[in-house]
Design a protein around this ligand. Sequence first.
Ligand code: FE2
Length: 211
Amino acid sequence: MTAGARIGHLVTSGTFSLDGGVWDVDNNVWIIGDDTEALVVDAAHDAEAVAEALGGRTLRAIVCTHAHDDHIGAAPALAARTGAPILLHPDDLPLWKLTHPGRLPDGELVDGRTLTVAGVELTVLHTPGHAPGAVCLYAPALTALFSGDTLFAGGPGATGRSYSHFPTIVGSIRDRLLTLPGDTVVHTGHGGTTTIAAERPHLQEWIDRGF
Ligand SMILES: [Fe+2]
């Protein structure tokens, strides 16, 4: 692990809305950083709670794993109070505009882009399927993957609603995630963490069941 860098975590609560439905959800907010600077993965629901978890640290970026409203709801408010840029894969702009039509993201999370915070490098992996612009962040120095809603403990993210596609998420998980080192800890968008080694044997089961 790089000097001083660590992974912080909080859970925020709110709703997820799409296709006319509304569901109560708890979201994981991940904070990667040291005592002086940090990066937030998914500013979900509660800018106040995320700002409090940051303390006095400089926020370098607000990374959005995808633009479902539960993951981006508090991003503009957190950006306004910290000055940090909001980063999103451009393929999720149509989803983004459903929630924040008057405030576009500040930068693009294209595949292969690296972000550095507290001496730790995070590489953007474009992993479409749950959403067209879904990304994961891979930080080998932390033995960590931040998977958003692409991979959970127990299988792929949901693909039953608009903008989602099951064969596409299977391809993303097979080709981009299950190829990572087995000890990589997967920090998910909802629920508990898992590892690549724990999930890798189950790919065919997911394909057979169809979700
Ligand atoms: Fe999602």
